[in-house]
Write a protein that binds this ligand. Structure first.
Ligand code: ARG
Length: 500
């Protein structure tokens, strides 16, 4: 039976806070994101208290029963410092302070919030990794269809050398692969439990930190109790990881925008990722890709915001830390949504293979092959050869004639000027400058030779499968620990006899 009707868990130390101050300092509006985790942390902590015989099993059982039925939905008008306080207050109101008053025995909101953030972050990282893998998969699907198509490679956004579509998409894939690897390593550093840190000194209450950590699915502990409550580098590292990935995503998004413009005409985006204009009836705007590009800016802002809050913050807990958390969720959500949409855009884009390959043969983009040939077969250094071919290009542009014709005619005179008279057969020059021959001649590992597309595709498919396996492992470990928490705590709750 309830003995105490009401008791403000803030205690008698202070008089009432002003509404304005409470509204200003409250995290209720942001706590919905971690409310479920906060309830779980409370459950695991209470289970540890009972296990350590610090709390009577009957009292613990009632608390656990309450927690199992507690709602993680925060109603918009509810006024409290935070959900941690609200939950305990609700428990006190419902069970009485003699019972619910043990919920916070040996713990603090400081270790509780740090733990809840890490739990929620695990899921956010898993979602983020899933999104990254989906873009990678989309890139590989396009490569499987059109990988050997010749496309112009750019430097300085000027046509530079012909490559394959595979070569270009593999470059994006590999950057995203590093983003995924980074996030997987990050996960290991996030997946550590601060519980048992209490306010920051640890506690005389004999809870087994490792027991709590196991129930919450953590692979270990944040060793030092002060570090446990004061550090937010797990948040900053997550923000950094998603920022880097968004830089990568925004570059791909930018290329989709450029490539789908009439000026390039390389791809057509699916209508489902475009919007029209309210005045110009002909328009098809790549609005989703534009938003991905823009979200990269917002994510950078969130990283900067978090860094600025943490800079020079004295140890250990300060309420400033509360202000870091919304940056974290906003960035994780923006990055994951952006990257997922990018996957859909890449997957559904139709590739204008003819336009791309004819652009690849323009712009004298194989001129280096002629220079390499002069250096390897005709006894001039590469720098001399570079000058000879440069002069030939200048002459061909001036005359408005193809480089191969001008080269056949003027090579002897131009080469003589740079130290050695060289004559080459017109056909030899033509073959040399042919873009397909150029690609076929690339001999280095990781280069754009179309012959390596299949092998390189296979290797990347394996990498993608490995990420999928890791993700499955992480997800099933989390599910298993959630089940364990439920069965352990409901077992304890069931042992409470009705007359208790
Ligand atoms: N609402 C706080 C946060 O999000 C929870 C911890 C509050 N701790 C405190 N000592 N006021 O960080």
């Amino acid at each position: 039976m309830r003995k105490t009707k009401e008791m403000d868990i803030r205690g008698p130390r202070l008089r009432k806070q002003s509404d304005e101050a409470l509204d200003f300092t409250s995290s209720m509006a942001a706590d919905g994101r971690i409310a479920r985790r906060v309830i779980e942390v409370n459950m695991a902590h209470m289970a540890a208290l009972v296990e350590a015989q610090e709390v009577d099993p009957a009292v613990g059982g009632k608390c656990l029963k309450f927690l199992m039925g507690a709602s993680s939905v925060i109603s918009p008008g509810s006024k409290a410092e935070d959900f941690h306080q609200q939950l305990e207050q609700d428990a006190v109101d419902s069970l009485g302070v003699e019972t619910a008053g043990f919920l916070n025995y040996g713990k603090s909101r400081n270790d509780q919030v740090a733990t809840a953030i890490r739990m929620e972050l695990r899921s956010a990282i898993i979602d983020f990794l899933g999104a990254v893998a989906s873009v990678q998969r989309a890139l590989l699907r396009q490569v499987a269809k059109h990988g050997e198509v010749m496309i112009p490679g750019y430097t300085h956004l000027q046509r530079a050398q012909p490559v394959t579509l595979a070569h270009h998409f593999f470059a994006h894939f590999d950057a995203l692969q590093r983003d995924a690897e980074r996030a997987l390593q990050l996960y290991g550093r996030v997946n550590l439990s601060p519980m048992g840190s209490a306010a920051m000194a640890g506690t005389s209450v004999k809870i087994d930190r490792r027991y709590v950590a196991r129930l919450l699915g953590f692979s270990g502990l944040v060793r030092n109790a002060m570090d446990g409550v004061a550090s937010r580098d797990a948040a900053v590292e997550s923000l950094s990881c998603v920022t880097i990935a968004m830089l990568d995503a925004s570059r791909l998004a930018e290329e989709l925008i450029l490539w789908s413009s009439a000026e390039f005409g390389f791809i057509e985006l699916a209508d489902s990722y475009a919007a029209s204009s309210s005045i110009m009836p002909q328009k098809k705007n790549a609005v989703v890709a534009e938003m991905v590009r823009a979200k990269a800016g917002s994510v950078i802002g969130d990283l900067m915001g978090a860094c600025a809050i943490l800079k020079a913050l004295p140890y250990s807990y300060n309420l400033d830390l509360q202000e870091v958390t919304p940056h974290l969720w906003r960035a994780m959500d923006d990055a994951t949504a952006s990257i997922r949409l990018l996957a859909g855009m890449v997957e559904s884009a139709s590739i204008n293979t003819e336009a791309i390959s004819s652009a690849a043969s323009g712009g004298n983009s194989t001129a280096v092959a002629l220079a390499n040939h002069l250096a390897s077969e005709h006894g001039v250094s590469f720098r001399q050869a570079h000058a000879i071919v440069g002069e030939l290009v200048r002459l061909s542009e001036g005359a408005g004639k193809p480089l191969q014709d001008v080269a056949a005619e003027k090579l002897p005179a131009v080469s003589a000027k740079f130290g050695k008279k060289i004559t080459l057969d017109r056909n030899v020059i033509r073959t040399m400058l042919d873009p397909e021959a150029f690609l076929g001649g690339i001999a280095t590992e990781g280069g754009a030779n179309p012959r390596s597309v299949k092998r390189e595709l296979g290797a990347r498919e394996k990498e993608l499968a490995a990420t999928a396996t890791s993700l499955k492992g992480l997800t099933s470990a989390l599910n298993a620990s959630e089940r364990k928490l439920r069965t352990t705590t409901s077992g304890m709750a069931r042992e409470v006899k009705p007359r208790d």
